[in-house]
Design a protein around this ligand. Structure first.
Ligand SMILES: [Zn+2]
Ligand SMILES: [Zn+2]
Length: 145
């Protein structure tokens, strides 16, 4: 598993390589996305950055997220209700566990994923390139409530 700060450094050097302007606001967005706690939405990132940099606009956050997505440094999880959540900590396809009540999203570490992928490939004859695997349920906190 990659370290959190190294994801931040990787994202930062990718932005520099591509000559994108590095601003304190942009660095704050990068930091939040590299940690990817609960897989934040653009609005959630905006709220956090705004607390530190009150002049930040939602458009700035959107722009940074769009750039990072184009550079394949973050993955976006789109949902049928139109919402999007982002993960910059693991910028490659991986399974997600989603709480339907509080909307928290975590990354379960599945040992059977490799076997499952092989089984899908064997049963369908397809070469699997990537996957979208979401589990929906109630997190431990919401189960108590
Ligand atoms: Zn929950
Ligand atoms: Zn994730």
């Amino acid at each position: 598993m990659e370290k959190k700060d190294s994801r931040f450094d990787q994202m930062l050097s990718k932005l520099k390589e591509n000559n994108f302007r590095i601003t304190p606001q942009r660095l704050a967005v990068l930091k939040i996305l590299s940690e990817s706690k609960g897989h934040p939405s653009v609005e959630r990132i905006y709220e956090q950055v705004k607390a530190e940099f009150p002049t930040t606009s939602l458009a700035t956050v959107y722009k940074t997220v769009t750039i990072l997505k184009k550079l394949n440094e973050i993955i976006g999880l789109g949902f049928p209700d139109g919402s999007n959540r982002y993960d910059g900590n693991k910028p490659f396809p991986h399974p997600h566990m989603i709480c339907t009540k509080c909307k928290e999203i975590i990354d379960p570490d599945l040992t059977s994923l490799k076997e499952l992928t092989e089984e899908v490939s064997k049963k369908t004859g397809y070469q699997v390139l990537f996957h979208r695997l979401d589990f929906f349920g109630l997190c431990p906190t919401c189960q108590i409530k």
